[in-house]
Design a protein around this ligand. Structure first.
Ligand code: AMP
Ligand code: GLY
Length: 426
């Protein structure tokens, strides 16, 4: 099979790593890719949001399957454009991708499908939003409706905080158009976890659960980021909880989308709060998670390409996916300034030393080549990933590998896995 992977982050490096193992792969192309992906795939200089450029590339190379990593091209209709050309796509149509690109649509869909989630209201003015927040004593989450790169959410603990959050979005328009309309929700309490399903329009097959670390700093402090580290499995999501996620959340979401003419083919990501009453949805994404994909892919035992191809073609069927019993952890090494304006162009050393451990793999995200050197080129630079018999062992390996890598301004969390392993830091 000839496959085109779209994207340039750690998630896409991990996807290429998984797909490259398939005996069914004949040729792998990645657009635009990154220096880590160059060892696994041919890279093509087409941007991940250039829909006409990607369709032209897929046609020219006569690819059999396009795997779309990030949400932006899906929200722009890449899957629709490919399918119109008869090209199979792992990734939902624009209409189905609204489950991520519009929080208001996602919340209304959950209501129609009776999927457990926080009680919510959708508002365009501060006063009515505040009246709703008062019902929860100000303990609410205020969310910009549109895509705001994971940053358009403010979790509040008091009425004063809720008022400030609402004014920031609706009056000061800090998130631009994305914040013209806000969703205000009851604040859920518990531990967060991510469960991602491969979906063929009707059936869902669950990937191993994972946990991400969204805040920049140790102890879950500091600003929200795209994710500073992840591990799998996630012990908080035991077998019984996972079955509830499948039955109460993922299957009803897929069925509701299909019933509304928005058939979903691709990866459906449920961001969950595991509350005292059971799993509740915080958000849906229309794609794999980053960095969750990295530890999930290194544990995957089944053929990733075969699974994605079957999902894209609407003939995956149900069933369990096989995973390595061992645990995997990814620690993200970020550039100075992340998640704000980052410093770029610093030389990166030590990746080969880190990968001298056969159970370690360093996924590239924000890296670039400059002459013969590898340099930093983005906020999240590398995802240092290790397998271990236990999560503790995976963590020890991952952090030992991190210590071998150097670049100016490098920052990373020392407490990835703390929900399971406690606050003891590396
Ligand atoms: P989202 O972009 O919707 O995933 O929200 C970003 C982060 O805000 C989540 O990962 C949670 O940590 C937090 N959050 C969002 N909604 C809620 C909620 N209803 N209750 C508690 N925390 C929330
Ligand atoms: N790691 C969170 C996400 O991919 O949205």
């Amino acid at each position: 099979m000839k496959v085109l992977v779209v994207g340039s982050g750690g998630r896409e490096h991990a996807l290429c790593h998984g797909i490259a193992k398939s005996p069914r792969l004949r040729r792998l192309i990645c657009a635009p890719g990154n220096p880590g992906i160059e060892g696994l795939a041919e890279t093509a200089p087409v941007a991940a949001d250039d829909v006409p450029g990607l369709v032209a590339l897929a046609r020219k190379e006569q690819v059999d399957l396009v795997v779309v990593g990030p949400e932006a091209p899906l929200a722009l209709g890449l899957a629709d454009a490919l399918r119109a050309e008869g090209i199979a796509c792992f990734g939902p149509s624009r209409a189905a991708a609204e489950i991520e690109s519009s929080k208001a649509f996602a919340k209304e869909l959950m209501k129609r499908a009776k999927i457990p989630t926080a009680t919510f209201g959708t508002f365009e003015d501060v006063d009515s939003a505040l009246a709703f927040a008062a019902e929860w004593g100000g303990r609410v989450a205020v969310k910009a409706d549109g895509l705001a790169a994971g940053k358009g959410v403010i979790v509040c603990g008091s009425m004063e905080e809720a008022r400030r959050a609402l004014e920031t979005m609706l009056v000061e328009k800090a998130f631009g158009e994305a914040g013209r309309r806000v969703v205000v929700e009851e604040r859920l309490e518990g531990q967060e976890a991510s469960v991602i399903a491969l979906v063929d329009g009707r059936d869902v097959r669950l990937l191993a659960p994972a946990q991400d670390h969204k805040r920049l700093l140790d102890g879950d402090l500091g600003p929200n980021t795209g994710g500073m580290g992840a591990y799998s499995p996630a012990p908080i999501v035991d077998e019984a909880t996972l079955e509830r996620v499948r039955r109460e959340i993922l299957l009803p979401a897929v069925a509701q989308l299909a019933a509304e003419g928005r058939e979903f083919r691709g990866a459906l990501y449920a961001g969950l709060m595991i509350t005292a009453e059971g799993p509740k949805v915080i958000e849906f994404n229309c794609r794999m998670g980053d960095p969750e994909t990295q530890p999930i892919v290194v544990r995957l035992e089944d053929d990733l390409l075969e699974l994605m191809e079957a999902a894209a073609n609407g003939r995956m069927g149900p069933g369990a996916i096989a995973f390595d019993e061992r645990a995997a952890m990814t620690v993200v090494l970020a550039a100075e300034g992340y998640p704000g304006k980052v410093r770029k162009g610093d030389r990166i050393d030590g990746i080969a030393e880190a990968e001298a451990d056969p159970e370690v793999i360093v996924f590239h995200a924000g890296t670039a080549r400059r002459d013969d050197e590898l340099v930093t080129a983005g906020g999240r630079v590398l995802g240092v990933t290790a397998l271990g018999a236990t999560l503790k062992e995976a963590r020890e390996r991952a952090y030992r590998a991190c210590e071998k890598i150097r670049f100016e301004g490098m920052q990373y969390r020392r407490d990835i896995g703390h929900h399971v392993l406690g606050q003891e830091q590396r």
